[in-house]
Design a protein around this ligand. Structure first.
Ligand code: 26W
Length: 804
């Protein structure tokens, strides 16, 4: 946007505030200031929003639509100001008015419209699509309630509703005139018209109105404003009489009421299927409506539109696009199928079998009869076509419908032209193991796109201290081209710089320590090592291994109180799916160990444990800049990519890790001297599985420190845990330790000992930290997204690319 002076901003701000509230601005709360500022900032991007969309249309630019059931954008105020290039002006203007931007920013609700990695990735991608100048938009659900608010009561997780829209949302624009109808249920009959063509006749369907709320996605200093379209379910105007009972009205409301709080287990719940079809259908309908305004031949659809599906949750776009092309636009099956495949592409984010979506035929057929017909026909044609080429055995292993269920990953692969994994190892596992049969059929569809993160939010906004250090040392080009961060490498022996880096980290640690003191009443020493594990609670991510290390360390200190090791603060942030019993037991265990350790004066604060409540994007922004150690300790082969690994590295934390997900690529960049690697590799794990040769009880019996630590779970050493201790003990000893914690225990402890030693050599540590920052550039989501654009979507940046 054009320059605005501080004076002008102040004038406009005061005017806006007083117009909104009819009292003096200096009487406002931070919530009110946030709304006033948000309203004003809207004026600064509205023109660009309109002109961006108009221009795409005028030029018939090919556009990508990123369909995702989850988005985790975080608070948008500062990111919008940054990208509009008015952050300093607004910050200074507010200061002169006696206001603090950080406080004002806290007036904004953090929209938790996602569970974890997949949702946050979608939001990093939205920022990168706009910032690299690509014509691309998001398509998702406007959940009334986001991911539950987590509380700890007696150390147990309790879930409370997250009513993030309570005070409205200044960024969204309700577009009633762009609403569409989504049809559910009823019966469908195939009739013949006068010309002998088949067409579907629907009876007794429930027609739901999908109303879009558009949220601007502002590009970094480039004038582009794309769209994130979130759909809300309503009763169609004038059709209230068709929803006469409370129950019928509730059914409509429920569709977009709440986000499913599970990212671990597939749930065959009717409501989730409704949600998936609801936003898939609404999104496809609005794309088709747009395409028709271009007045082009249908065969050109894939030249004008790309649809990307974020995991299989939106996989019903495949039959929905087919339905519209065949039933409404009267294309032949073959024409429609070619167009559909060329338009759609798919990312897989998990290889955990229990997270793979499969819908019971009955459910699908009942809820979406026509869509089910189309899926069955896709499946029938797939079999018919592939048997002659690949034989029966292979073909039947790739069918969409099997054992009374519809397999959504199979539908997504067969109905698209590209499937990608999210890190090199992950893609290799898909190709060689999980999806090998499909790879034999469609080798060219498979490709890797290692995840990325946006440094705009995760460095520039969340770590201003590091940002100004970088600006001073290597200039500001890294902000539009993060690979420039490698220039730091030349300064690795500059001890003045290393001290400054340490000072920045210390400030960030103090900021977090203050939060911990204020919110939790726990005193932590900013000079201690801040050892961070922040991610969803899952057995495979092995937060429990972290706990075992803490218990081992605790025992050692108790045994030898004069031990010479640096202080450690273990920081956890994690939500468990409400129905994931074992994960919740681990939460309880961590809280119980925290109570024990934090209150034991014998250990002289050598260990503190901080388990923050309600971890989410905003807390990540506070914790990540303060981290010294990044825990990435999943069992090798289980974490598809990880993205907190990249954020922590970019903020100068050292990675403590197994060779898993994108951490392997981090290792490749920083080199083995600047990362702590331990544990089994994917191939080792595979061998144990093949030979069925793992026996955790033998390890327990033969390893004295493991035995001591595990016994603590059941012998009353940890007051506050009850049956949890026994259940967790059993999972490790009696049920053969599914995730190989005991096998990796020794090497994990060794790696931590090395870290203790290195931390005491401040210069060495700081150098390692600096090299991590220096090598974090390639993990920018800007590069990731440019590879999606170039290799999958076939679209090009619309403005002169900032990235060389
Ligand atoms: C059907 C229930 C369900 C819901 C969500 C199953 C699985 C999911 C997601 C696919 C889980 C998820 O967030 N996966 C994470 O995606 C990140 C982004 O690619 C990766 O970095 C993480 O490794 C992966 O766990």
């Amino acid at each position: 946007m054009e320059n605005i002076s501080i004076q002008q901003f102040k004038k406009e701000y005061v005017k806006k505030f007083e117009q909104l509230y009819a009292y003096r601005y200096d009487e406002g709360s931070s919530r009110e200031h946030f709304v006033a500022l948000g309203e004003l900032v809207r004026n600064y991007y509205m023109n660009n929003w309109k002109s961006t969309i108009d221009e795409y249309k005028e030029k018939e630019t090919k556009q990508v639509f990123y369909f995702s059931m989850e988005f985790l954008p975080g608070r948008m105020l500062k990111s919008n100001l940054l990208n509009l290039d008015i952050l300093p002006v607004v910050e200074e203007g507010l200061r002169e008015l006696g206001l603090d931007l950080d406080e004002v920013s806290m007036g904004e609700a953090d929209p938790a419209l996602g569970n974890g990695g997949l949702g946050r990735l979608a939001s990093c991608f939205m920022d990168s699509i706009a910032s690299t100048g690509l014509a691309g938009h998001g398509n998702g659900i406007r959940y009334q309630y986001g991911l539950f608010k987590q509380k700890f009561i007696d150390g147990y997780q309790v879930e409370l509703p997250e009513n993030w829209l309570r005070n409205g949302n200044v960024w969204e624009v309700r577009k009633e005139n762009k609403a569409v109808i989504v049809r559910f249920g009823g019966q469908v009959y195939m009739d013949t018209d006068e010309e002998g063509n088949l067409y579907p006749r629907y009876e007794n369907t429930k027609n739901i109105l999908a109303v879009p709320y558009d949220v601007p996605q502002i590009g970094y200093h480039n004038g582009i404003v794309n769209n994130l379209r979130l759909w809300s379910a309503e009763i169609p105007y004038g059709e209230e009489y068709l929803f006469r009972t409370e129950e019928e009205r509730d059914e409509v409301k429920q569709i977009t009421e709440v986000l499913y709080p599970d990212d671990s287990n597939y749930e065959g719940r009717l409501l989730r299927l409704r949600q998936e079809y609801f936003f898939s259908s609404a999104g496809v309908q609005s794309i088709i409506r747009y395409f028709k305004t271009l007045d082009e031949d249908w065969s050109l659809l894939p030249d004008k539109i790309a649809i990307h599906i974020n995991d299989t949750h939106p996989a019903l776009v495949v039959p929905e696009l087919m339905r519209i092309l065949i039933d409404e636009e009267e294309l032949t099956w073959d024409q429609a199928w070619e167009i559909t495949k060329k338009t759609i592409s798919y990312t897989n984010h998990t290889i955990l079998q229990e997270a793979m979506e499969r819908w019971p035929i009955d459910m699908l057929e009942h809820l979406l009869p026509r869509i089910y017909h189309i899926i069955a026909e896709i499946n029938r044609r797939h079999i018919e076509k592939k048997i002659p080429l690949y034989g029966e055995e292979l073909t039947y292993r790739t069918t969409i419908i099997e054992d009374g269920q519809v397999k959504m990953a199979n539908l997504a692969i067969i109905g698209s032209h590209s499937i990608n994994g999210v890190a090199k190892l992950h893609t290799n596992i898909l190709i060689n193991e999980t999806l090998h049969d499909f790879y034999l059929m469609y080798p060219n569809k498979f490709n890797n796109k290692t995840n990325g993160i946006t440094q705009r939010r995760w460095v520039q906004l969340s770590n201003p201290g590091l940002t100004s250090l970088l600006d001073d040392v290597i200039g500001t080009d890294w902000k539009s081209n993060p690979e420039e961060l490698i220039l730091l490498k030349a300064h690795v022996d500059n001890s003045e710089l290393l001290n400054r880096l340490e000072a920045v980290k210390l400030e960030n640690k103090k900021r977090f320590a203050k939060y911990v003191k204020d919110e939790m009443g726990i005193e932590i020493d900013p000079n201690a090592i801040f050892d961070v594990q922040i991610k969803r609670l899952h057995a495979y991510k092995r937060q429990l291994l972290n706990v075992l290390h803490i218990l081992d360390r605790y025992s050692q200190i108790k045994e030898n109180p004069d031990i010479d090791i640096p202080k450690r603060v273990f920081i956890f942030g994690a939500k468990a799916a409400p129905s994931y019993h074992y994960a919740k037991q681990i939460i309880k265990l961590i809280n119980a160990v925290a109570d024990l350790v934090n209150n034991d004066t014998d250990i002289k604060d050598l260990i503190k444990i901080v388990f923050v409540e309600n971890y989410g994007v905003s807390l990540a922004e506070l914790i990540i800049p303060a981290a010294d150690i990044s825990e990435q300790i999943s069992l090798a082969g289980k974490e598809a990519s990880g993205t907190s690994n990249m954020k922590l590295m970019a903020n100068g934390a050292l990675t403590m890790a197994t060779m898993d997900g994108a951490t392997i690529e981090i290792y490749d960049y920083v080199g083995k001297e600047n990362i702590y690697i331990f544990g089994l590799k994917n191939n080792d794990v595979k061998k144990y599985h093949q030979n069925q040769s793992y026996n955790s009880r033998n390890i327990y019996e033969g390893n004295a420190s493991i035995k001591r630590v595990l016994n603590m779970l059941v012998d009353g050493s940890i007051p506050g845990i009850y049956h949890e201790g026994q259940d967790i003990f059993n999972s490790l000893v009696k049920f053969n330790d599914e995730y190989f914690l005991l096998k990796d225990f020794d090497s994990y402890i060794q790696a931590h000992k090395q870290a203790d030693k290195d931390y005491q050599d401040r210069e060495k540590w700081n150098r390692m930290a600096l090299l991590n920052v220096a090598n974090s550039g390639p993990f920018s989501s800007d590069y990731t997204i440019l590879r999606y654009a170039d290799e999958i979507w076939k679209i090009e940046p619309q403005v002169e690319n900032l990235i060389s």
